[in-house]
Write a protein that binds this ligand. Structure first.
Ligand code: ADP
Ligand code: ADP
Length: 220
């Protein structure tokens, strides 16, 4: 199964992905995580990516696609993947279709998690991220069991620089301009299931599971 979790920064893609990968036994591919790892390794590509990420802008398509293709060439993707935060531009979506075709695969479903913009800033400006596994928390909305430590691996949680209110707002505006058109691209193919991302995490998870179980276009 090839699934995409689509939504604005802060809509809950990473949170819901954690559950779905366990449920379906497929790996999650988060281009945000891949790009942060590339930036941390200090390669030329990574430094270029970081400049864009720090400003809340999208990383150029050629860089993102390079990192993505490398990940997709690994053997664990054969049974399907859960994409989180990719594709974020129409050219990325077109290239993804081409790559999947080469693997004799196709996108099965795009789950659009819809959250109003004012709620997104609240969520992002408090977000705590595990630097080891990428899991996210929120001190009020989704607190970890132990103060500032990841439930899964006990690592100390950090606040991402690009989650500062000003950069978060920029990312949401970039999402509206550059990423929302990708939704139209998939709507035309009849692949989109829309679910509300409001309410508690378990509730949203149930909506997503119902949407996946429904026939194509279910949940809209
Ligand atoms: P969020 O989960 O809040 O949406 P991500 O971790 O997915 O954030 O992405 C962080 C940053 O990484 C983005 O603001 C952008 O700069 C870059 N990025 C991630 N995925 C892509 C992509 N598919 N195309 C371009 N830039 C990307
Ligand atoms: P994305 O990957 O789409 O950027 P995250 O999954 O990291 O979003 O979630 C953004 C923030 O909102 C995190 O701090 C997370 O703990 C919190 N969050 C996720 N889902 C919900 C929800 N249903 N209600 C309240 N807060 C949530």
């Amino acid at each position: 199964m090839f699934l995409t979790l689509f939504g604005a920064p802060g809509s809950g893609k990473g949170t819901q992905a954690t559950h779905l990968v366990e449920r379906f036994g497929i790996p999650q591919i988060s281009t945000g995580e891949l790009l942060r790892a590339e930036a941390a390794s200090g390669t030329k590509l990574g430094r270029l990516a970081k400049e864009h990420m720090d400003r809340g802008e999208l990383v150029p398509d050629d860089v993102t696609l390079d990192v993505f293709r490398r990940r997709l060439s690994q053997p664990d993707v054969a049974g399907g993947v859960l994409l989180d935060g990719f594709p974020r531009t129409v050219p990325q979506a077109v290239e993804l279709d081409r790559v999947l075709e080469g693997m004799d695969r196709q996108m099965d479903r795009v789950i659009f998690i819809k959250v109003p913009p004012e709620e997104l800033v609240n969520r992002l400006s408090g977000r705590l991220t595990c630097p080891v596994c990428g899991r996210t928390y929120h001190p009020v909305l989704a607190p970890p069991k132990n103060d500032r430590l990841c439930d899964r691996d006990g690592a100390r949680l950090i606040e991402r620089d690009d989650d500062k209110a000003e950069t978060a707002r920029r990312r949401i505006s970039v999402y509206l301009d550059r990423t929302l058109p990708v939704l139209e691209y998939y709507r035309r193919k009849g692949l989109v299931s829309e679910v509300s991302g409001e309410g508690d995490i378990g509730e949203v998870r149930r909506r997503i599971m119902d949407a996946i179980a429904a026939p194509h276009g279910g949940g809209e």
